[in-house]
Ligand binder design. Structure first.
Ligand code: HEC
Ligand code: HEC
Length: 301
């Protein structure tokens, strides 16, 4: 491929490269003339008697330099070095990545096929498999769920036993393969006072300090405003909808009254991307086992 719009730059580069290499050769030649009979010094003297001689380099060293000059000239003609000249050998790196990836996939296929046949729970206990699972995690999941998988605001912690969408093997596979969309509708229509009552009630559910009068009004609103339809009458959540358990100390967005009020007022819309198309069933399977192993390491079922 010729990237130069105009041949001028092509020749400019070619001439510059060749001229530099040849200049190196000429410099070497001028410096390799036999030493004069009389001692030649640069005229620098230190410590009264220490003089700097101006002798040529030793012959063997000189020849090493000549060899590099010859090598670079030969190389420049064999490989794409000079401007847009392709080189006599026609070597090219285009398609190399795709070829190497295809070869790699071919090599790892049997391994993934073996993992695919292993039950998810058994795979989660397989140290070698989990090394690969971890590498996949660090490549594809780390930017949202964090290097320690503990998540951050809006991105759930995967290294615990609390699940928005369920922690059974099949549920985790489904989450990763097809993605999830957590939708909490906005409830601004309830008005600021009721929302404040609800926020106090939600805080009281997990034992956080709350205004008890507001919390009891909030409890009524929780049922009448339809919160219980998704979060359950006892606020313990509903995995089919990805509605979080509000009675634990685990928060996706935060436990302050202000954050809870914001969640209720504006709602939330949160997307876990789907990976089946991009990664394929085998990698999804391995990642699901890895996520499962994280939960187990946290002391789960
Ligand atoms: C672009 C950001 C993003 C990336 C990348 C991402 N996730 Fe997620 N993930 C999310 C969000 C956001 C949620 C929460 C969805 C919700 O609120 O319902 C989530 C939820 C999950 C859940 C459900 C947790 C639960 O409590 O039920 C699992 C499991 C999960 N992700 C695994 C992964 C794996 C494995 C990868 C890598 C293949 C990955 N995620 C990559 C954003 C991401
Ligand atoms: C249609 C179902 C639905 C309804 C109705 C609903 N929620 Fe939610 N709620 C959700 C979902 C789903 C999420 C998680 C959103 C996400 O994944 O980002 C959520 C998140 C929350 C959170 C954030 C929890 C955290 O860990 O940060 C709070 C608080 C909350 N809801 C309270 C309420 C209250 C109070 C009501 C009633 C006014 C209500 N919800 C009504 C589905 C619902």
């Amino acid at each position: 491929m010729n990237d130069f719009v105009n041949q001028f730059w092509n020749w400019y580069v070619i001439l510059l490269v060749l001229a530099s290499i040849i200049a190196c050769g000429v410099l070497l030649w001028t410096q390799s003339q036999p030493p004069p009979a009389k001692l030649d010094t640069t005229g620098h003297v230190w410590d009264e008697t220490l003089e700097e001689y101006n002798n040529p380099l030793p012959k063997w060293w000189m020849w090493l330099f000549y060899i590099t000059v010859i090598f670079s000239l030969v190389y420049s003609f064999l490989y794409p070095t000079l401007g847009s000249f392709q080189g006599i050998l026609g070597w090219s790196s285009s398609g190399q990545w795709a070829r190497e990836m295809a070869k790699f996939d071919e090599q790892t296929k049997p391994l993934y096929a073996k993992y695919m046949q292993t039950d998810l729970k058994a795979l989660a206990a397989d140290n070698v498999g989990m090394e690969t699972g971890k590498r996949l995690y660090l490549t594809y999941c780390v930017q949202c769920h964090g290097a320690d998988a503990k998540g951050s605001k809006g991105f759930p912690n995967l290294a615990d036993n609390d699940w928005l969408w369920g922690g059974e093997p099949a549920q985790i596979v489904e989450t990763i393969a097809a993605g999830r969309n957590g939708v909490m509708p906005p409830h601004a229509q309830l008005g600021a006072e009721t929302i404040k009552d609800l926020a106090n009630y939600v805080r009281s559910l997990s034992g956080l300090p709350a205004d008890s009068l507001r919390a009891s009004k909030g409890q009524e609103a929780f049922n009448s405003a339809g919160c219980s339809g998704c979060h359950g009458p006892d606020g313990k959540g509903m995995q089919a909808l990805g509605a979080p358990n509000l009675t634990d100390k685990i928060w996706l967005y935060g436990s302050s009254e202000a954050t809870i009020s914001e969640t209720i007022t504006k709602g939330r819309n949160n997307q876990m991307p789907a990976w089946k198309e991009f990664l394929g069933d085998e990698k999804v399977h391995l990642l699901a086992a890895y996520v499962l192993s994280l939960g187990q390491a946290a002391g789960g079922k």
